[in-house]
Design a protein around this ligand. Structure first.
Ligand code: C2E
Ligand code: MG
Ligand code: MG
Length: 569
């Protein structure tokens, strides 16, 4: 089959017209040609040949009954005998009304009588037959996940509901099972091996379902949902999965984590029960080795708290509960540390909860997209403030804002940032952008594209939390960045632990190779400061110099720096 037909299939379905009379073929071709890709055959034998080669492509056959070499009845019989070909709907073309019954018995979907007069009727019947057959196929295809044979998620929820109806009194668990960093398996060993791994997990789950009442599905790529009668120990389920997994790979216990919503509260919707199991599962995302977690009161309180924060967000934004604070960054390359920029950090003064830490709401807002509105607020406020300082002090000391991974998918991000710069009469290099390392590893192509556009416009980009993600050296050399911000975790122990200090030195070497400065954040003590100074770190941010402070207080740092600059001339 040639590629042009394949490509057009995206837009046009393909219809095969089988008729021994050229004039009929032309006429049908003219009627259907605008809406479909039309293929032709002049007799039954040719038709079958075409169908066998292009069975994935042909959506419908228009079949004349009376033809030389092989007639339409024979074609119908052959098609019917083939489990795959019999799915293609056939409309029979005939002038003989008595032939209709026989052809319907042979599996024809519909018929058109000759001579063809009404093009609209033909078009409508063709369309109808195709739609009907595609609908049935979808229904048949989606009950079971084609890879593992477990239910697909739609059917899973349906059967789980049924399960609930039949087992009202029974204690039951909602369980989510996930394979850690599954994409790495695909990347390292190929998709085929990845598929085997997933099938092994499914087999392990099926083993349990054979002993206990329940249903299971593959929810998405590497996540499985299991709804089974409650048992007090989960090792049983785990071992069943690990045993199968152990047949295809090493250290299976390193790969699986599981969250359980135990003896579920049935007033909650089924989806909510699995949300809770998923929360439990995600609460151990960063642990090594095998583990499982059970949804508990703590998690429940956190869930309620999170729900409140989400609910309160719009009001908080309208009533100025959010404030942008600034934490100075100092260049420490010279004799004395000098203010070189600041990081804008959000702060939420909640009327009931008091000050809410960003760690409590940023990840939450990243999940549901609210982060975009919050970030826009911070960027707008920061740009406005920079404009004001510029007017006041005649020059700008740049400020960095955090750019969440969600923002990267915003098609207007570049124009929005540019408009802020223009409106406030500042320069693109005054508004630095911090993007967390893990955003790069999640979707490097998209991010490289967006970051390149931003840098083309003059924005400078700092890679935040460097060392917490999994960038490879190879990746780093191709990434467009202007600075590395070392993850705080490295700094914490440098004064105590020589190994940590070695890591910092290593990052400094990488940065030197990339020819970008290193910013160390979370520097709290003099000791840490001195170690970093000696090692050649360029810029420092942390409580050692200052906590994040409000604009007014930060302005004092600016004034001091401006005074030094004037003195130096
Ligand atoms: P980050 O971007 O890595 O910001 C640095 C965090 O470290 C800030 O926490 C800052 O207050 C804290 N920090 C600074 N110096 C020290 C120190 O010496 N010791 C210790 N222990 N901590 C220090 P904060 O303000 O709680 O923010 C936490 C995270 O929330 C930020 O990490 C950032 O990822 C995110 N975030 C904050 N504001 C925004 C925002 O406006 N938009 C987005 N998307 N994320 C934000
Ligand atoms: Mg940051
Ligand atoms: Mg950071």
């Amino acid at each position: 089959m040639n590629d042009s037909i394949r490509r057009q299939k995206l837009f046009h379905r393909t219809v095969l017209v089988v008729d021994d009379e050229a004039v009929n073929r032309q006429m049908l071709g003219a009627i259907l040609g605008t809406a479909y890709e039309v293929l032709y055959a002049a007799n039954g034998r040719e038709a079958l040949e075409q169908v066998r080669i292009q069975k994935d492509l042909i959506s419908l056959i228009l079949l004349d009954l009376l033809m030389p070499e092989m007639d339409g009845y024979q074609v119908l019989e052959e098609l019917r005998a083939d489990p795959i070909l019999r799915r293609i709907p056939v409309i029979v073309l005939t002038a003989d009304r008595s032939a209709e019954v026989k052809s319907l018995q042979l599996g024809a979907a519909d018929f058109l009588s000759k001579p063809y007069d009404m093009p609209e009727v033909i078009q409508a019947r063709v369309r109808h037959s195709i739609e009907l057959s595609e609908d049935t196929r979808i229904i048949q295809a989606t009950e079971n996940d084609s890879l593992t044979g477990l239910y697909t998620r739609e059917f899973f929820f349906e059967y789980a509901h049924k399960f609930d109806r039949f087992h009202q009194e029974k204690a039951i668990d909602a369980i989510v099972l996930n394979f850690n960093r599954f994409h790495m398996v695909n990347e390292l060993h190929g998709r085929e091996f990845g598929d085997r791994v997933l099938c092994a997990i499914a087999d392990g789950i099926r083993g349990i379902l054979e002993e206990t009442d329940g249903v299971a599905c593959r929810y998405d790529a590497d996540t499985f949902f299991i709804y089974v009668s409650h048992r007090s120990d989960y090792d049983h389920l785990i071992n069943s999965v690990l045993r199968r997994l152990g047949e295809v790979m090493n250290t299976p216990e390193m790969r699986i984590r599981m969250g359980v919503y135990q003896d579920v509260y049935r007033a909650a919707r089924l989806e909510e029960r699995f949300d809770r199991a998923l929360q439990a599962c995600n609460s151990i995302r960063n642990q090594f080795g095998f583990s499982y977690a059970i949804y508990d009161m703590n998690m429940h309180e956190r869930e309620v708290y999170s729900a409140r924060l989400m609910e309160d967000f719009p009001t908080a934004l309208e009533t100025a509960q959010f404030q942008v604070r600034y934490q100075p960054k100092f260049n420490i390359r010279g004799e004395t540390p000098r203010l070189c920029s600041a990081e804008a950090l959000i702060s939420w003064q909640h009327p009931e909860y008091g000050r809410v830490r960003p760690d409590a709401f940023i990840p939450l807002f990243e999940e549901n997209g609210l982060i975009r509105r919050l970030d826009h607020f911070v960027w707008r406020e920061t740009a406005r403030q920079l404009g004001e300082w510029k007017k006041q002090y005649g020059a700008v000391i740049p400020v960095s804002v955090n750019v969440s991974r969600v923002d990267i998918y915003d098609p207007d991000i570049v124009s929005f940032l540019l408009s802020l710069v223009e409106e406030n009469h500042i320069e693109t290099e005054d508004l630095l952008l911090e993007i967390t390392e893990s955003a790069y590893t999640d979707n490097s192509r998209q991010i490289v594209q967006v970051v390149s556009q931003l840098r083309d416009k003059g924005f400078k980009v700092e890679m935040d939390d460097f060392g917490s993600g999994y960038s490879s050296l190879n990746m780093l050399t191709t990434l467009p960045i202007d600075a590395l911000k070392l993850d705080m975790a490295f700094i914490r122990d440098i004064a105590r632990d020589n190994k940590e200090m070695r890591m910092v030195e290593l990052v400094l070497e990488i940065a030197a190779f990339l020819e970008v400065p290193v910013i160390a954040e979370g520097v709290e003590t003099k000791e840490q400061y001195e170690l970093l100074h000696q090692a050649g770190c360029d810029i420092i941010q942390g409580y050692y110099f200052s906590r994040p402070i409000d604009a007014e207080e930060y302005a004092r740092f600016i004034m001091k720096e401006m005074a030094l600059r004037t003195k130096e001339g």
